[in-house]
Design a protein around this ligand. Structure first.
Ligand code: GRG
Length: 307
């Protein structure tokens, strides 16, 4: 059964789009209430945080958190908060990635990037505010009544987002413009930059549900395979879609001479690899049986999405 109540076959993309929209609306409401209100002379930074976090985006990471938590019948109020925290980290990473010192982009989610709408210093601070705010959300007892569980949530997100995760991946990504990378080096970069945050989105659902170690590992494997497929799809979209479709600049990897699975092996082999990764993601869900239908649909969506 889908979130919207309609019976759905695994991989039914139209139904999945509805499910994604339902969670996106709920997470938008949650983020709206979690983010501070602009007030006082410092309000500019809060306006920039709200500008970048409240409008647009597929909200895939919160969806994964909610769908994973649903496997353990976690109250939606808890899983939405955990999903919103991961989305705050994602939004911070997009703001900083768009800065002139990094990818130097003018367009994000169909609108001017944060530093274009505000200014560079404010954009840096807005990212910092979202990153630190995410941990405040996870450590609040409204996210989970048990302190050990909250500590596990904080540790998992910190590990995925930090120097051994997304930040390390971004460092490699910056270096990749000036060096040749082997296929395994590219894969590692992409696991760190993209895969770890998607994987932890699934893990937080399991942590909220106090899942055992083996079950958390299954969710992590699912998330990492989905993340690798997601990244290949992202590279294919960068090559084949328009800025109008994506709401951000395209052709950037090619222009920067950045090696990706697509540039190494071409679109056809990349598509096959993404399909294999989706199959691996789905295989990791077998212990959950039919209850993981939403996560199976999310894996299919990852490679069939148009934005
Ligand atoms: C600045 C520490 C730091 C990290 C930046 C997010 C990121 C790491 C780089 C963005 C560049 C990029 C294209 C990454 C590949 C995958 C990715 C994160 C795409 C954007 O995620 P979506 O498609 O975006 O889920 P929406 O807007 O739908 O949330």
């Amino acid at each position: 059964m889908s979130l919207t109540g309609a019976a759905s076959a695994p991989g039914d993309l139209l139904t999945f789009a509805d499910d994604l929209r339902v969670v996106a609306e709920d997470v938008n409401a949650c983020l709206t209430s979690l983010l501070p209100l602009p007030q006082g002379p410092e309000q500019r930074v809060v306006e920039a945080m709200r500008y970048s976090a409240l409008d647009g985006g597929k909200r895939l990471r919160p969806f994964l958190a909610v769908a994973s938590a649903d496997l353990f019948h976690v109250p939606r109020a808890h899983s939405l908060r955990a999903g919103a925290a991961v989305e705050m980290v994602h939004c911070y990473s997009l703001i900083h990635d768009d800065l002139p010192a990094m990818d130097d982009d003018d367009l994000r989610r169909g609108r001017p990037t944060c530093h274009k709408a505000f200014d560079e210093a404010t954009a840096i601070l807005a990212g910092d505010g979202l990153l630190t705010g995410a941990f405040a959300v996870l450590s609040d007892e409204e996210t989970h009544p048990d302190g050990d569980t909250r500590a596990k949530l904080v540790a998992a997100l910190a590990e995925a987002a930090g120097a051994e995760g997304m930040v390390g991946g971004q460092m490699l990504d910056l270096l990749a413009e000036d060096m040749d990378m082997s296929e395994s080096e590219i894969e590692r970069l992409q696991v760190l930059k993209t895969g770890r945050l998607l994987a932890v989105s699934c893990q937080v659902g399991g942590i909220l549900g106090q899942a055992d170690t083996a079950t958390l590992e299954d969710l992590r494997t699912y998330g990492l395979c989905l993340g690798a497929a997601f990244q290949i799809a992202d590279d294919l979209l960068d090559l084949e879609a328009t800025a109008g479709d994506l709401g951000k600049a395209t052709g950037k990897d090619d222009a920067a001479g950045k090696a990706t699975f697509v540039s190494l092996h071409g679109p056809e082999r990349a598509r096959k690899r993404a399909k294999t990764l989706v199959d691996q993601a789905v295989a990791a869900l077998s212990p959950f049986g039919e209850s993981a239908e939403l996560l199976r649909a999310a894996a299919a969506f990852t490679v069939n999405r148009q934005s």
